[in-house]
Design a protein around this ligand. Structure first.
Ligand code: TXA
Ligand code: MG
Length: 334
C-alpha cells in the first residue's frame, strides 16, 4: 500500500523558498516548480535515481524523453553539440521563454534523460522563480533540472501549485517540495522545435508560434502533424493526452448538465455549465487546463470545448484540445 505523503508546499513569499528547493534537488529529491507555461516536476538531470522517481511519480513510460531546464543560453554548450546556427538564433531570441530546442546531445545527457535517443530537449524558462531556482541549483554544482509537466501521465498539465498538490501529493514523499509561484501565465506547454537537420521543425506548437519562428529565420517552418518517420515516442500519438476524466467533445451542441469552454462571444445554452469564457486566444490558452480540471471537480461527464479558429497560439490550443478529446490521429507531438 502506498503511504500518504506529507510533502511540503512552499510559497514564493518566503525569500529562502528557492534556496530550500535547490538544496532539495541537490540532495536527490523532487521539486515541482512554476514555469510560465505549466508547472514542472523537477529532478537533478544528472542524478539517475532522482530522475527515475520522476517516471514513477508521473506513471510515465521510461522511453519518453525529458526536457532539461537551464538558467541561461550560456549553459547550452554543456548539454549539446553541433548546434545549428538557426538554433542559436532561436535561443537568443526566445529564451528565457516558452520554447524547447531539441538538439544533438552531449555526453552528460544520458540515456535516462533522452530515452536512449541521441538528442536532448533544452529550455530556459522565463518564470522568475524558476530562474532563481535554476541559478541557485547551478551555484550548488547542478548542471540542469530535468522536468516534465507535473501531472500524471496522459492527464492535464497543472498551471498552479494547488493543482500539482492535488494530483501528485499521494505519489511524492516528505522530502519532496512544491514551489508555489502563482498561476502560469502562458498556460500550455512550450513550443518544441527539433533542431537536428538543416531546417527546424515544430514538434509541438506553443506560444512561440510558427510565424514568430519563420519571421526570425526568414524561412517557412514545418509543423509536424504526425511522428511518422521519427523514432521518438510521443505520448499524444498513442493514447489520449491532456485528458480530464470527462469526455471532451470539440463539436456539437452541449445538453443540460454538460460543460462548455469557448470564447466569450459564444453564448451558454440554458442548463449548460460554463467552465470558461476567455475573451481572446491568449486567455484561452491560459485558462484552458484550469477549466478542464474544474469540469472534473464538478463531476461533469461531458465537456464541449470549442477550439478557436485561426493560427498563432490558436494552433497550439487546437492541438491540445484534439488530444484531450482522444483524437490523436492528426495530432502532433506532446
Ligand atoms: O512547457 C513545457 O515544455 C513543460 C515545462 C515544465 O517546461 N514541460 C513539458 O514536459 O511539457 P513534458 O515532458 O510533459 O513534455 C515534453 C515533450 C514530451 O512529449 C517528450 O516526448 C518531448 O517533449 N521530448 C523531450 N525530449 C525530446 C527529444 N529529445 N526529442 C523529441 N522529443 C522530446
Ligand atoms: Mg506533459
Amino acid at each position: 500500500m502506498r503511504q500518504l505523503a506529507i510533502m511540503t508546499l512552499i510559497s514564493s513569499n518566503s525569500s529562502s523558498a528557492f534556496k530550500d528547493a535547490a538544496t532539495a534537488l541537490t540532495a536527490g529529491n523532487l521539486v515541482a516548480f512554476p514555469t510560465e507555461t505549466v508547472y514542472g516536476l523537477g529532478a537533478d538531470a544528472c542524478n539517475e535515481d532522482a530522475v527515475a522517481r520522476i517516471y514513477e511519480v508521473k506513471g510515465r513510460p521510461k522511453n519518453h524523453p525529458l526536457i532539461v531546464h537551464i538558467s541561461s543560453v550560456n549553459n547550452l554548450a554543456k548539454w549539446v553539440r553541433e548546434i545549428p546556427e538557426y538554433a542559436i538564433k532561436l535561443a537568443n531570441e526566445f529564451w528565457p521563454g516558452p520554447i524547447t530546442l531539441i538538439l544533438p546531445r552531449a555526453r552528460i545527457a544520458k540515456d535516462f534523460i533522452t530515452g536512449g535517443q541521441n538528442s536532448v530537449g533544452i529550455r530556459v524558462p522565463a518564470h522568475p522563480l524558476a530562474l532563481l531556482l535554476l541559478k541557485e541549483f547551478e551555484s550548488q554544482g547542478g548542471l540542469g533540472i530535468a522536468a516534465p509537466s507535473a501531472n500524471r501521465f496522459g492527464k492535464v498539465s497543472p498551471t498552479c501549485a494547488d493543482d500539482v498538490k492535488n494530483e501528485l501529493s499521494s505519489y511524492l514523499n516528505q522530502s519532496d517540495l512544491i514551489l508555489d509561484g502563482g498561476s502560469s501565465k502562458v498556460g500550455i506547454e512550450s513550443t518544441i522545435v527539433e533542431c537536428i537537420s538543416s531546417t527546424p521543425k515544430i514538434l509541438r506548437p506553443g506560444a512561440v508560434t510558427a510565424d514568430m519562428i519563420s519571421s526570425l529565420l526568414g524561412t517557412k517552418i514545418k509543423i509536424m502533424t504526425t511522428n511518422k518517420g521519427t523514432k521518438i515516442m510521443a505520448p499524444g500519438l498513442f493514447e489520449s493526452h491532456y485528458s480530464p476524466s470527462a469526455l471532451v467533445k470539440l463539436t456539437g451542441t452541449p445538453a443540460i448538465g454538460d460543460g462548455l469552454i469557448a470564447l466569450s462571444e459564444v453564448q451558454t445554452p440554458p442548463g449548460v455549465i460554463r467552465l470558461a469564457a476567455p475573451v481572446n486566444n491568449d486567455e484561452y490558452a491560459r485558462i484552458l487546463y484550469q477549466a478542464l480540471r474544474l469540469g472534473d471537480q464538478k463531476k461533469i461527464s461531458k465537456i464541449y470545448a470549442l477550439p478557436p479558429t485561426g493560427d498563432g497560439i490558436a494552433t497550439a490550443i487546437q492541438d491540445r484540445l484534439r488530444k484531450s478529446s482522444g483524437n490523436t490521429t492528426k495530432s502532433s507531438f506532446t
